[in-house]
Design a protein around this ligand. Structure first.
Ligand code: ADP
Length: 163
């Protein structure tokens, strides 16, 4: 039987409880999700390196076992999805603010690859305001945003900001 595989792309810098909630929901719809970190090696950006991000994702998704794969890619997402054997792209929607950008991306991806479907999922309402950017901002100024990330991620953030 053909396994249904989806790609969940993003920066995951670092992975948050919001990402994990979306991942859990996606696994209710497909057999396997590839968490794929988008990067640009000509313009590296972010707080954590791609390897550090992968390591954290691996630790916090270990319980999902074979249902999760972790990878990184650069270039067009639809090309990557095809290479990975996935015909579904998972994206999460928080507030209305996410919609405009996501709508543009999904429309462009549909233009580029009509056979790849983008599926939007809504996280639980407790995660509506969780974003990697906000967590980094708060923890960077010494605030406690540990409720929004898995504990090993909170530890890595504290370490990062200490140095
Ligand atoms: P961000 O957009 O916060 O920088 P990513 O690029 O890593 O984070 O996000 C990857 C995907 O996960 C995007 O579709 C984003 O909308 C979604 N996502 C991130 N955080 C949440 C959340 N708290 N609730 C729902 N979706 C989320």
């Amino acid at each position: 039987m053909n396994r249904r595989r989806a790609v969940y792309p993003g920066s995951f810098d670092p992975i948050t409880n919001g990402h994990l909630d979306i991942l859990r929901r996606a696994l209710g719809l497909v057999d396997e999700v590839v968490v794929a970190i988008a990067y640009n090696h000509e313009k590296p950006s972010g707080l954590f390196s791609v390897d550090e991000r992968i390591e954290m994702i691996r630790e916090v998704t270990a319980a999902f076992g074979e249902q999760i794969r972790i990878d990184s890619f650069h270039g067009l997402l639809v090309d990557y999805a095809r290479r990975a054997g996935a015909n579904v792209i998972i994206r999460g929607l928080r507030a209305v603010a996410d919609f405009e950008y996501e709508f543009q991306m999904a429309s462009m991806n549909r233009h580029l690859a009509g056979d790849v479907e983008t599926v939007f999922l809504m996280a639980d309402e407790q995660y509506f305001y969780t974003s990697s950017r906000l967590v980094k901002e708060v923890m960077g100024f010494g605030g406690d945003a540990s409720a929004f990330v898995p504990s090993i991620v909170a530890d890595r953030l504290r370490e990062k900001f200490k140095s």
